[in-house]
Design a protein around this ligand. Structure first.
Ligand SMILES: Cc1cc2nc3c(=O)[nH]c(=O)nc-3n(C[C@H](O)[C@H](O)[C@H](O)COP(=O)(O)O)c2cc1C
Length: 392
């Protein structure tokens, strides 16, 4: 198979996984994904930047078939979907050395059983000459593991970012041409993988300011030959104030909570708040994660089940807390019949959110006149807080 040329001596090796529908046994992949390795041939040395998921090992080795000599393997990230084929590549090129951050070295040894003497650690800013091409290593911790780095190809101004700025998107195109589609996939990726590390991402975006970048080459999804597209998107997801949006993840067994959600939705809309309800029994959790990127308010809806909240609501609340969105306000609505600790249980799962808690509306059975009024009051409080915060 022919290598995909990006520039003279620089090739993308995109292992496209069209049919994959679940990542990390957790994340839905409606658009599949890809694992991109990159081959950089200098006048003296050749380097492979990242490998691919072991599920696509055959593709990688086929692409390397005519590469006679490989001197270096750069491991930007120790996770299996990028470093999982390093051992296989080392079998073919036993003389090659692996370059990684000091934090990545023990992880590569622990997770992938790569021998210690194969790994050379690199400091932030260190360079590696391939002859007429130079790789510069830029430590970029916590995107999304502690050991991550970027690799910058100085002469061609290509930044290899591994997971950072990537998207779960299967495509045969080398570059992001359908920007609407890529924006959505990249936002989905950001919300599921990167959002919990917003502070680190801000620091790592700052690091890119001093670089002249012609191409951003991530290890999932297409590369960017207009780098400002994805950098601007990340800036907005990381820095912008949340919008005038209320997200309502809810579950209802017999319709009481559903009725409450519908009433709250109408009352919020009347007050100018954009509402995004998510029925957790049918929701793609990636859609919910994306909505959390921009939402100022999260209202969780649950019935009482076995003395607590519904397991779907517990799961969604746990995930929302782990993803650390920018939400400023949070509340819970629900319905019970004889007694339950649902509210305490969900409240206890939200410690990461630095959000103001608006008093819950927890009612008995199907909503009645007073309950609808309580929901309208909740809508009024939310709308007022959004106005006070000048949320657009
Ligand atoms: C499997 C099951 C378990 C329940 N457990 C409790 C409970 O522990 N405490 C309680 O007050 N109500 C409990 N209920 C009653 C519901 O919380 C109540 O009917 C509520 O109004 C249902 O809301 P929904 O119509 O939105 O599903 C339970 C109902 C079901 C079906």
């Amino acid at each position: 198979m022919k290598l995909h040329k990006m520039k003279d001596g620089v090739y993308m090796i995109p292992a496209v996984h069209w049919e994959r529908r679940l990542f990390d046994s957790l994340i839905p992949l409606p658009d599949g994904t890809s694992y991109n390795a990159y081959l950089v041939e200098g006048s003296e040395k050749t380097a492979l930047i990242d490998t691919v998921d072991p599920m696509k090992a055959e593709f990688l080795m086929e692409q390397l078939k005519d590469v006679k000599r490989l001197d270096y393997i750069v491991a930007n990230h120790a996770e299996q979907d990028h470093s999982g084929c390093i051992s296989l590549v080392l079998e073919k090129y036993p003389e090659a050395k692996v370059f990684a951050t000091p934090k990545a070295k023990p992880m590569l040894m622990d997770l992938l059983l790569i021998p210690e003497d194969k790994i050379i650690t690199v400091e932030d800013g260190e360079t590696l000459s391939l002859g007429d091409k130079t790789l510069r290593f830029i430590h970029a911790p916590w995107v999304h593991w502690p050991e991550t780095m970027f690799t910058y190809l100085e002469e061609d101004k290509i930044l290899f970012t591994c997971d950072f700025l990537g998207s779960h998107m299967a495509t045969s195109e080398m570059y992001a041409t359908d920007e609407c589609k890529v924006y959505e996939s990249a936002k989905r990726y950001y919300s599921e993988i990167m959002m919990p590390f917003r502070t680190s991402i801000q620091k790592n975006l700052d690091k890119l300011k001093d670089l002249t970048i012609d191409i951003i080459a991530p290890s999932h999804g297409p590369a960017y030959n207009k780098p400002e597209f994805i950098i601007n998107a990340y800036h907005s997801w990381v820095y912008d104030e949340p919008g005038n949006i209320a997200v309502i993840p809810f579950v209802s067994m017999h319709g009481s909570v559903k009725k409450m959600v519908e009433h709250l939705e109408g009352a919020l809309k009347e007050r100018g708040v954009i509402v995004k309800p998510f029925d957790l029994t049918v929701t793609d959790l990636g859609q919910l994660a994306m909505a959390l990127v921009d939402a100022a308010t999260v209202v969780i809806g649950t019935p009482a089940v076995l003395a607590g909240a519904h397991p779907d609501a517990i799961y969604a609340t746990y995930l929302a807390n782990a993803l650390r969105p920018k939400a400023k306000f949070i509340s819970i609505i629900g319905s019970y019949s004889w007694g339950s600790k649902a509210i305490d249980q969900l409240s206890g799962l939200l410690a990461n959110l630095k959000a103001e808690v608006i008093p819950p509306v927890f009612i008995k059975g199907f909503p009645k006149e007073a309950d609808f009024k309580a929901l309208e009051n909740l809508a009024e409080t939310i709308a007022q807080k959004h106005r006070e915060n000048n949320l657009k």
